[in-house]
Design a protein around this ligand. Structure first.
Ligand code: C2E
Ligand code: MG
Ligand code: MG
Length: 579
């Protein structure tokens, strides 16, 4: 029922008006002064107020001002009652915010019409208000739930959809998969393509992703190159695998952006609600760990989470903390593995290989801590330490009167892209007094391919100093010799994986022979890594390989043992004669 407040000090007028309004079916309240009127309005929040202007104490203008100061009463339609139709009176009332006025004496029809018009206007206003409010709400709701660039749901909406799905998944009877997808190197490309192209690529990626899933599914971007997928109504491993394969094949073709052809590498990790976690954060963490696992060489590009992966990543976290302290505590050490010249049959060089003697774990393998050091950036101080220590050692052997050896040091991708690598190397050589011709730097293909043009420039700078440059683990990366011929290498190291099956596997034999021929054609020396048997050695000798390195001659050893090896004058002939 519509509630009307009448504020009027003249009793007769007030009761007449109240009677008239009740007879028309309105709920009515009366107040005999401005003060009590304001109070009643605040208590009762009427739908409309009719108020006399001329009253002792607080007059009609005062009432209107008071009501406008309170947001609860400010919008109540307000009709003035005035005895004289004085224009200035009315103008003042209207300018204070009154909606209409009635002059006394007024007829029943006049009162009812004024009320009807006011209420109708108020209703329309309320409707418009509600509509605007709804629009704003919808916009806000969108803004807090979706990414503006890609239109993909964000983490917030993902959480909502997850909560929704949980109400459908009864306890443990149904399973719900969470997928984490990484697209590399999206982040790097975003930085190098420039903001406009970066945005276009991200949008194209979002479109391709959306085309792979069904309507009820949710894809959210949860990192710069990581997405999370919530798949409704999928409960079996086989179904998830199918979707993973769809996603992988969707990203197997490149994106075309102007002149750029961009291929992204997709990797997927999968976690199940219930088995692998019960809250979204844990599930994403576990799916993400499985995704990291899928990035390992030789692994299927999608992996289900298994609890041992989590344990491993916990372990990696601890290892990372400990590695930071290890450098200061001097827990790292260098081992040296001889490289033997197949013509002279003498040790001609040594590769320095880092070792970490962990106080509790014992020896930690470089294949475990080097990738971690790369990821955390610790490789920079560690690599500097390796380079310096190796140069000091090489110089020490020379000073001790041994045949001058060439010392080889491995450089990782991160180190190689350091801006002042050249001057760092120069400083270390100067400091340690080692002639540049006795230093060799080993690089892998992948570390060069991150930025080939810059790599060529850096290599040329290093080579100009007189340093030898090797391509390490050849055969495991791009392995396009014609492409690699643009790089100023001196040495090619054939990866152990070819050498180890040399004499058993016909294919490896063919490849190794071809690599040897092509490398020699490009004027490169060839070193075979991981030579373990005399058969392998014989094959390599027969095919004009220049140097070998491997357990057959010696594993990597400490500097002391290496010194003994040098003192003993151990060479190939000595070994083959005795063996
Ligand atoms: P890499 O540069 O290819 O080094 C050769 C690896 O093969 C060494 O492993 C060596 O011990 C191993 N090896 C040598 N001969 C044989 C053999 O006959 N049979 C078998 N099965 N293995 C053999 P290690 O020392 O575990 O190092 C692994 C990798 O870690 C290295 O591969 C290198 O990429 C990296 N690394 C080691 N030290 C450093 C370092 O100081 N800096 C950087 N950036 N990377 C390093
Ligand atoms: Mg190496
Ligand atoms: Mg190698």
């Amino acid at each position: 029922m519509t509630k009307i407040l009448v504020i009027e000090d003249e009793r007769a007028i007030r009761s007449n008006l109240l009677k008239l309004l009740s007879a028309e079916g309105f709920e009515t309240i009366g107040a005999d002064s401005g003060y009590s009127g304001v109070q009643l309005a605040q208590q009762e929040l009427p739908d409309l107020i009719i108020c006399d202007i001329l009253m002792p104490g607080l007059d009609g203008y005062g009432v209107l001002k008071a009501l406008h100061q309170d947001s609860a009463t400010a919008t109540i339609p307000f009709i003035f009652l005035t005895a004289k139709a004085d224009r200035s009176d009315l103008r003042q009332g209207m300018s204070l915010g009154a909606d209409d006025y009635l002059t006394k004496p007024f007829s029943r029809a006049e009162v009812l019409e004024a009320i009807a018009v006011r209420l109708q206007k108020q209703r329309l206003q309320t409707q418009r208000h509600t509509l605007e409010l709804k629009k704003t709400e919808a916009l806000m709701s969108y803004l807090i739930r979706y990414d503006r660039l890609t239109n993909l749901p964000n983490r917030f909406l993902l959480q909502e959809r997850f909560n929704e799905l949980l109400t459908q998944v009864k306890a443990d009877s149904q399973r719900l998969p969470i997928l984490c997808l990484s697209l590399e190197p999206l982040n790097h490309l975003n930085n190098t393509l420039g903001p406009a192209n970066g945005d276009l690529l991200t949008q194209a990626v979002a479109e391709r992703l959306t085309s792979c899933v069904r309507k009820g599914d949710t894809i959210a971007q949860v990192g710069t190159e990581q997405f999370a997928l919530l798949l409704a109504s999928i409960h079996e491993n086989e179904q998830v695998v199918k979707i993973a394969q769809t996603l992988l094949s969707a990203f197997s073709s490149p994106f075309h952006l102007g002149i750029h052809e961009i291929l992204l590498t997709a990797r997927i990790g999968i976690a199940w609600f219930g088995r692998d976690g019960r809250d979204l954060d844990t599930l994403i963490k576990h799916a993400s760990a499985a995704m990291e696992d899928a990035k390992q060489p030789g692994k299927t590009p999608y992996q289900f989470y298994i609890s041992s992966i989590g344990a491993k990543s916990q372990e990696a976290l601890l290892l990372e903390q400990e590695m930071r302290q290890a450098l200061e505590r001097g827990e790292f050490q260098l081992y040296y593995q001889p490289k033997v010249n197949l013509l002279t049959e003498q040790i001609e060089g040594a590769e320095a290989l880092a070792r970490w003697y962990h106080p509790k774990r014992g020896l930690v393998s470089p294949s475990e801590f080097i990738p971690l050091a790369e990821k955390t950036g610790l490789i920079v101080p560690l690599g500097e330490w390796v380079l310096k220590t190796a140069c000091i050692q090489a110089r020490a052997w020379q000073d001790a009167g041994f045949y001058p050896l060439r010392i080889a040091v491995n450089l990782s991708g991160h180190q190689f892209s350091q801006p002042h690598l050249g001057s760092l190397v120069v400083d270390i050589l100067r400091e340690t007094g080692l002639d540049p011709s006795y230093l060799e730097l080993e690089l892998t293909e992948s570390s060069l391919m991150q930025n080939p043009e810059a790599a060529i420039a850096t290599l040329q700078e290093l080579k100009a100093l007189g340093i030898r440059i090797s391509i390490d683990d050849f055969g495991t990366g791009y392995s396009s010799l014609s492409y690699l011929s643009q790089f100023p290498f001196d040495v090619l190291k054939i990866d152990r994986s070819f050498v180890c099956q040399l004499t058993e596997d016909a294919k490896n034999t063919t490849i190794t022979t071809a690599i040897l021929q092509m490398a020699h054609g490009l004027n490169l020396k060839v070193v075979a890594e991981g030579v373990e048997t005399s058969n392998q050695l014989a094959f390599l000798q027969g095919h004009q390989c220049d140097e070998i390195q491997g357990y057959w001659f010696s594993p990597p050893v400490s500097a002391e043992i290496f010194s003994e090896l040098l003192s003993s004058g151990k060479g190939l002939s000595l070994l083959s004669n005795s063996g």
